[in-house]
Ligand binder design. Structure first.
Ligand SMILES: [Ca+2]
Ligand SMILES: [Ca+2]
Length: 112
């Protein structure tokens, strides 16, 4: 089990398709991606591979590292603020987002 990484538009599209095609998440609209800049502010890496984040889908004015406390990446779908499955950096301890697991092992809610 590992946190997911999104390294291309195709993987992004597949993730959105997965989230929207299952009812397991109810109306959830925020999910953690497995990326952070905890090691070096402003440099995002994927937790699972250690690779640099290259493909990004940041929302407007993100990542903004509010109060120098936002170091984990979530994907948000909120049509009210015109955020369509876009990324935001948020506090890693925030409880607003769901987790999505990769399909390394079958311990996750579902395979992605
Ligand atoms: Ca940060
Ligand atoms: Ca932010």
């Amino acid at each position: 089990m590992e946190m997911i990484s999104i390294e291309s538009q195709a993987e992004h599209n597949a993730l959105v398709k997965f989230i929207t095609s299952t009812d397991k998440f109810s109306n959830a609209t925020r999910f953690w991606l497995g990326a952070s800049d905890l090691a070096e502010e402003g440099t995002y890496t994927w937790v699972s591979s250690g690779r640099l984040v290259t493909f990004t889908n940041w929302a407007a004015h993100e990542p903004n590292n509010v109060n120098n406390t936002e170091h984990c990446v979530e994907i948000i779908h909120n049509t009210y603020i015109n955020q369509i499955w876009q990324w935001n950096d948020n506090e890693c301890r925030s409880f607003v987002s769901y987790f999505i697991c990769g399909s390394v092992e079958k311990q996750c809610i579902d395979n992605f």
